[in-house]
Design a protein around this ligand. Structure first.
Ligand SMILES: NC(=O)c1ccc[n+]([C@@H]2O[C@H](COP(=O)([O-])OP(=O)(O)OC[C@H]3O[C@@H](n4cnc5c(N)ncnc54)[C@H](OP(=O)(O)O)[C@@H]3O)[C@@H](O)[C@H]2O)c1
Length: 284
């Protein structure tokens, strides 16, 4: 590693998404030179179009690597391997990978990064709290009914702000190299309990209904989610919501030296943005 890694631009893939946007904001506030890697970035970056990779990697010293749609997608390990090889050959010295907890497929992607020759940090995260306010569940909350194939399993929802703070520390400090942080929030909540926290914060009743993975796949198909993605998500939900992740870890404390943010604090702050106000237009 050269000290140069701290001077060169940082590439933030998924830089408009839930964690990436927060990483970009924090790095910018620190005065760091940041490049957003996404289809709407300049230059444009698309995981499905290898001809767009060289442009975003030009002159970059480190990368926050967020894959899309999910590390559980069948082509993720090969695509990430090709990207990482190109990045390291072009001079990238440090890679921070956003990974998923309890996913064997994601662990293959972790190994690709760990064996890349670059300095690495793995952020192996549980379900983001922000899935309820900045992703596919926001319309459900606005419509006062959350439907998921989650039964009554406990999930230790983690806050995207905690993930971003750790990513920035790993990108800008030496002490996180070679660390695998398993990241959870401070308590287990069933999806019914998470729904109740949101209902309490927003001040109106919201119901939670558990359905089978098959029923959920049918709902997604009705909403025109592409069949390939339905298959990936159905498989993923079946695995990560089977109880394997229903325990807490100390990753946030190990990385930041403090307690993770609680779901109730997340819900209170999300209400303040009006994202769940009824009458908001659908995201689609
Ligand atoms: N959500 C969770 O609870 C969770 C938990 C653990 C791990 N993860 C992992 O986090 C990663 C991100 O998932 P997410 O759902 O949270 O999404 P996200 O980061 O909130 O949003 C997706 C980002 O990827 C970009 N993007 C979309 N399609 C792209 C493409 N073809 N090429 C390049 N960039 C593209 C989007 O920007 P543009 O639209 O501008 O391209 C956006 O910046 C996944 O690998 C997932 O496995 C998620």
């Amino acid at each position: 590693m050269t000290e140069n890694v701290y001077e060169q631009p940082i590439l933030v893939l998924g830089g408009t998404g839930k964690t990436g946007r927060r990483v970009v904001n924090r790095l910018t506030a620190l005065g760091r030179s940041v490049r957003v890697g996404s289809r709407s970035g300049e230059p444009r970056f698309d995981w499905t179009d290898q001809s767009t990779w060289a442009g975003v990697l030009e002159g970059v010293g480190s990368v926050y690597l967020v894959y899309y749609p999910d590390l559980a997608a069948p082509d993720a390990p090969a695509t990430i391997r090709a990207f990482v090889e190109q990045a390291v050959a072009g001079g990238v010295e440090r890679i921070i990978l956003l990974s998923g907890r309890g996913e064997e497929a994601a662990q293959l992607c972790e190994q690709v990064v760990q064996r890349s020759g670059a300095e690495w940090t793995i952020l192996r995260a549980s379900w983001f709290s922000q899935n309820f306010s900045e992703d596919f569940l926001v319309d459900s909350v606005r419509g006062d009914e959350i439907v998921l194939p989650a039964g009554d399993v406990g999930e230790p929802f983690v806050d995207a702000d905690d993930i971003a703070e750790i990513a920035v520390a790993a990108l800008t400090e030496a002490g996180h190299v070679g660390q695998l942080y398993e990241l959870t929030g401070p308590r287990l909540l069933t999806f019914a309990e998470a729904t109740a926290e949101i209902a309490k914060a927003v001040g109106r009743p919201i119901t939670y209904q558990s359905v089978s993975p098959q029923e959920y796949a049918e709902v997604m198909a009705r909403y025109q989610v592409p069949a390939e993605l339905v298959a990936v998500l159905t498989d993923l939900f079946g695995k990560v919501l089977d109880g394997r992740n229903a325990h807490l870890t100390d990753g946030v404390r190990r990385a930041l030296g403090r307690r993770p943010r609680d779901f109730a604090d997340y819900a209170r702050d999300a209400v303040a943005t009006d994202v769940w106000a009824t009458g908001q237009p659908d995201r689609g």
